[in-house]
Design a protein around this ligand. Structure first.
Ligand SMILES: NC(=O)c1ccc[n+]([C@@H]2O[C@H](COP(=O)([O-])OP(=O)(O)OC[C@H]3O[C@@H](n4cnc5c(N)ncnc54)[C@H](OP(=O)(O)O)[C@@H]3O)[C@@H](O)[C@H]2O)c1
Length: 325
């Protein structure tokens, strides 16, 4: 297989592109041949030495997701056959063109989407769906506020919120990001003065659900704009993790704050998130309410450049690695 590896912790000098023997399928695993692989913020954190792979996953091959065609199945696999197209989540090893994954951690792909489009779905759409729907209980008619709304998870969250019948307000600090958010059906606002804008737009009521993808600097404002009985989901902390907050505001609003990660969940919990996403949202890819959003695909042997691009501002949607040629 061709894969991206980290030779240590640090900057892009530790990124290597290698050929290795294909992974061997465990009894309950399928081996997927992937033409494209999705890059995530976690891959950058892992390269920096801040986010090691959980036990049982390749420690030096980053990558949290997989999408492609099943090439081999383990002896106890019953739900899949060679040639099926599938996508899902792994705890590591995803930045490769061959990935072994538990059969319950993948689902069938929407049939009309091509190899590049399916690679842009699993991590960002499942993360967004799990946070705003499964955990925060977003309802039709609610107001959903999304920070970092033009990025990978954000662009998925805006689309999911709109598809669920919520009013979605998306924050971006650049004009191209705001134009993209409007294109997804959301109401785009500038990060400058965002708390006042949210309160103005909602007539002072605030947001029922806040998806925090940027981190600590936003958190006091998240509490300030939270509606009565609102929920704040902490999913990304790239801009910082330490802050001060007015606990009285949280109490009087009877607000809920929760944090969440997908990567280290046990297989059964991860499979549950993947299958809920599949049952509730696959039809929205079929009828066009949801679309994968691709910022750029880099040749697989330019992984260092792709990771640098992942860290840069101004992206709209997913960054991919191309293993197709
Ligand atoms: N908990 C989990 O299970 C989980 C799963 C997936 C992702 N995540 C995390 O969630 C976050 C979003 O992931 P992603 O894939 O959507 O990343 P992404 O594509 O890089 O998007 C990040 C977004 O945040 C904005 N942003 C970043 N730093 C900012 C700052 N200092 N101030 C204002 N806006 C800022 C970016 O806007 P600009 O374009 O203006 O820079 C961009 O819109 C990342 O931190 C990622 O690690 C967590």
């Amino acid at each position: 297989m061709r894969c991206v590896t980290y030779t240590g912790a640090g900057g892009n000098e530790v990124v290597a592109c290698e050929e290795r023997p294909d992974p061997v399928c465990g009894d309950e695993e399928v081996l997927i041949h992937a033409a494209f692989a999705g890059i995530n913020g976690a891959d950058v954190s892992q390269r920096q030495g801040n986010y090691p792979a959980p036990p049982g996953w390749p420690s030096d091959i980053p990558g949290l997701e997989v999408a492609g065609v099943i090439q081999a199945v383990g002896s106890k696999v019953r739900q899949w056959k060679i040639g099926d197209r599938a996508y899902g989540l792994v705890g590591g090893g995803g930045l490769a063109d061959r990935v072994a994954v538990h059969e319950r951690c993948v689902v069938h792909v929407p049939s009309h989407l091509d190899a590049q489009e399916i690679a842009a779905i699993p991590e960002v759409f499942i993360t967004a769906h799990d946070a705003i729907s499964t955990q925060a209980g977003l309802r039709p008619g609610d107001t959903l506020l999304v920070h970092g709304a033009s990025g990978g998870v954000g662009s998925a969250a805006v689309q999911i919120g709109v598809a669920m019948g919520a009013r979605v307000i998306g924050v971006s600090r650049h004009a191209a990001g705001r134009a993209a958010i409007e294109g997804f059906g959301g109401e785009a606002i500038d990060s400058e003065g965002w708390t006042d804008t949210v309160l103005e737009k909602t007539g002072g009521k605030g947001a029922n659900v806040v998806l925090e993808l940027v981190g600590a600097p936003n958190f006091p404002g998240d509490v300030a704009v939270l509606a009565r009985l609102g929920r704040i989901a902490i999913v990304g902390i790239g801009a910082g993790q330490k802050t001060e907050v007015m606990l009285r505001d949280l109490m009087t609003k009877r607000g809920t704050v929760f944090g969440t990660t997908l990567r280290a969940r046990p297989i059964e919990e991860k499979a549950d998130a993947i299958h809920r996403f599949h049952h509730e949202l696959t039809r929205c890819f079929d009828d066009g309410r949801l679309k994968p959003v691709i910022d750029r695909a880099f040749p697989w042997n330019e992984a260092a450049d792709a990771l640098a691009h992942m860290e840069s501002p101004g992206k709209v949607g997913k960054v991919l690695l191309d293993f197709s040629s």
